[in-house]
Design a protein around this ligand. Structure first.
Ligand code: NAD
Length: 400
């Protein structure tokens, strides 16, 4: 039953009964997925009165799958995502020392999901450590395939690290301390431009005021500095009619309908998100900066338990809970399913089913406003009613 999503001429073609692979994942993954699925089904049913329906296809990946089948990502899972293009997943654990870094990284590589996209905004009532969490309304586009995350590094005192130390001396005359470990940081024009292109297109589609390139180009001139340079280039070359660099503004005002392209040094940007969050909207950045800033911003609006995320490429997308497997709570029906549920709302937006996505967000806002929440929020909210993971899902459905 169900029909596959297609991708033609750079556009998704979504039927009314799309088949969507779902990976419940490890640890608390099945708990949060069991709470999430009925929420997404209810929102679609309520928004479209039965005209549209998702056909879920459960597939395996991660440590539990490895225990079952001896594979972290079985061929059937890869085939399903290849064929159906859009998927959703819970957290996955990778046992240490089993050959590769992470199942998540493997999925990103396999489908060239080059942008990690994380919207950050505050749900009123969610406890936050800052005075004005509602001032935060940003979306991060983090490059997913390059930078120090490319995984090119060698341990200290290996022949490879020692050889590189010699080559660096030959090429640059610079001395690297003997016995150092060495990591390589590639950042390309191609990788930067496709990421910044996606960020600018998002700003256009959602009528957002600015795109900020976040980099350490003052110190790492060719890698992070390259990111800044290529980011401005793609804005000018491909979106010159709808964007304007901040340096060309008069009195700090953007002409009507133009998106301002700005850049900030990463350390200064960590101050800006705390001190002047209203001045920022879409953020684009290399991998490592994005890793740090995603968690810092998520903390400002109440933590990872409620932070949605996705990994997006050209014609492929996987939506995911941003927290880990929290193994000590596995199977207890206790943890917060908010992250995967809000990622599900992002997925509905991505399919073009915005009415259903809005209902999911309305349900979450209503459940939080009524203070019917899981333990992690309840312990910080006076007079809250602490409920199980599945009951939080039901409360979300009741508030749609
Ligand atoms: P974690 O996010 O699993 O847990 C840290 C703590 O955060 C938990 O003990 C719990 O107190 C809390 N927490 C996490 N999710 C919660 C939720 N939904 N509701 C309430 N509280 C929640 O991080 P960790 O302990 O560093 O990692 C555990 C495992 O998860 C590791 O194997 C790691 O590799 C994996 N991991 C996977 C992903 C992913 O798949 N995207 C992300 C991070 C970590």
């Amino acid at each position: 039953m169900g029909t596959g999503i297609k991708y033609e001429n750079g556009k998704l073609i979504v039927p009314n009964d799309p088949i969507i692979p779902c990976i419940p994942g490890d640890g608390i993954g099945p708990d949060i997925w069991n709470a999430c699925k009925p929420v997404l089904d209810k929102a679609v049913e309520k928004a479209y009165g039965g005209k549209r329906k998702i056909e879920w296809l459960t597939v395996g990946a991660g440590e539990d799958e490895w225990k079952r089948s001896g594979e972290f990502v079985p061929q059937a899972t890869m085939d399903a995502i290849t064929k159906y293009r859009v998927g959703i997943k819970g957290p996955l654990s990778t046992p240490v020392g089993k050959g590769f870094r992470s199942v998540n990284v493997m999925l990103r590589r396999l489908f060239d999901l080059y942008a990690c996209v994380r919207p950050v905004s505050h749900i009123p009532g969610v406890p936050s450590p800052v005075k004005d969490p509602d001032a935060v309304n940003m979306i991060i586009f983090r490059e997913n395939t390059e930078d120090l995350y490319a995984g090119i590094e060698w341990d200290s005192n290996t022949p490879e690290a020692n050889r590189l130390i010699e080559v660096i001396k030959e090429l640059s005359g610079k001395e690297v301390r003997p016995g150092s470990s060495i990591g390589i940081k590639p950042i390309s024009e191609f990788g930067t431009k496709r990421l910044v292109r996606m960020a600018i297109q998002y700003a256009i589609d959602h009528k957002l005021p600015s795109v900020t390139l976040v980099h350490k180009g003052n110190i790492m001139k060719f890698t992070e500095g390259g990111f800044r340079k290529w980011g401005y280039e793609v804005a000018k070359e491909e979106f010159g009619d709808v964007t304007i660099p901040e340096s060309e503004l008069t009195d700090g005002q953007a002409p009507e309908g133009k998106i301002v392209i700005k850049d900030r040094i990463t350390d200064a940007m960590f101050q800006q998100i705390l001190l002047r969050p209203r001045e920022y909207s879409v953020l684009a950045m290399p991998n490592l900066n994005g890793d740090y800033m995603s968690d810092a911003l998520a903390a400002q609006v109440g933590g990872l338990g409620m932070a949605p995320g996705s990994n997006i490429g050209d014609g492929y997308a996987i939506f995911e809970a941003t927290h880990g497997t929290a193994p000590k709570y596995a199977g207890l029906d206790k943890t917060n399913p908010g992250s995967i549920i809000l990622s599900g709302a992002m997925m509905l937006d991505y399919l073009g089913w915005t009415e259903a996505a809005d209902l999911v967000r309305k349900g979450v806002q209503g459940a939080v406003a009524s203070k019917t929440v899981t333990y992690d929020l309840a312990r910080q909210m006076p007079d809250a009613t602490k409920v199980a993971c599945s009951a939080f899902g039901k409360a979300i459905c009741d508030h749609m």
